[in-house]
Design a protein. Structure first.
Length: 218
């Protein structure tokens, strides 16, 4: 990175997940930790996120945003791609390997995450109350369909395409959104895959940093 001041990311002042690392600042923290880039964190309240001043950083009033000198970014995937482009460690030098890793980033965000979010929303918000009991198994099976395909592709490999990449980082974070449902564990290789991601020292530093916010120690 060219500027001397470390980048600043935004995160929830009070994350609804109580420090379980499910909010999307965790992905960006992990990427920054993987590449060894120090960073500052600006904690924002739900009210402040909807103010015009914050929307100048993140037009949708969400976390995370990313500020590095006069560059302002939002969308966790784009932020991670930016970090990966400017540091070694998340994308290979070889152009084809790099392109495939970026493909996995998109697959995590555009193909695997949407049915997981749909299930999460229906479970959290008890949407469609009248048909909740029928809806949840349908949404779970949609998630299972994606996870089965992912599991088949991963096979007995450690990571999706050779060495650990930004694609794995995002995929592990997306799968983590199913924590507590038991669905990932139905696919042993996916359970092990997530555990491998969580065991990385960079993941653990990022997790500890966001947990410290919840514990009031950040
Ligand atoms: N596409 C954007 C990105 O990837 O950066 C999505 C950003 C986003 O959804 N941000 C959420 C947010 O700011 C937080 S991460 N929401 C507040 C709002 O929209 O008003 C989603 C999230 C939040 C909480 C939990 N949790 O408690 O378990 C999990 C995931």
């Amino acid at each position: 990175m060219s500027s001397s001041k470390p980048p600043t990311i935004t995160a929830f002042a009070q994350s609804p997940d109580e420090g379980q690392g499910l909010a999307r600042d965790m992905r960006v923290r992990w990427a920054l930790e993987e590449v060894g880039q120090p960073y500052d964190v600006c904690l924002v309240s739900f009210a402040a996120m909807k103010e015009p001043a914050y929307r100048a950083l993140q037009p949708f009033g969400q976390i995370p945003s990313y500020q590095e000198g006069d560059l302002i970014l939002f969308e966790s995937g784009s932020i991670i791609l930016h970090i990966a482009h400017h540091h070694a460690g998340l994308l290979a030098a070889n152009a084809n390997v790099r392109a495939r890793a970026i493909t996995w980033m998109f697959a995590a965000l555009n193909t695997v995450e949407p049915p997981i979010v749909e299930l999460e929303q229906a479970s959290f918000l008890k949407l469609y109350k009248a048909c909740h009991a029928q809806l949840i198994p349908i949404l779970e099976d949609r998630v299972r369909a994606r996870l089965g395909e992912l599991s088949n592709r991963l096979g007995d490999a450690d990571w999706l395409d050779g060495a650990f990449s930004a694609g794995d980082l995002l995929m592990v974070m997306v799968l983590r959104r199913l924590d507590g449902t038991g669905i990932v564990e139905e696919y042993h290789n996916l359970g092990d895959y997530v555990a491998r991601g969580e065991a990385r020292p960079a993941y653990q530093r990022a997790f500890a940093a966001q947990l410290a916010v919840f514990k009031g120690k950040a």
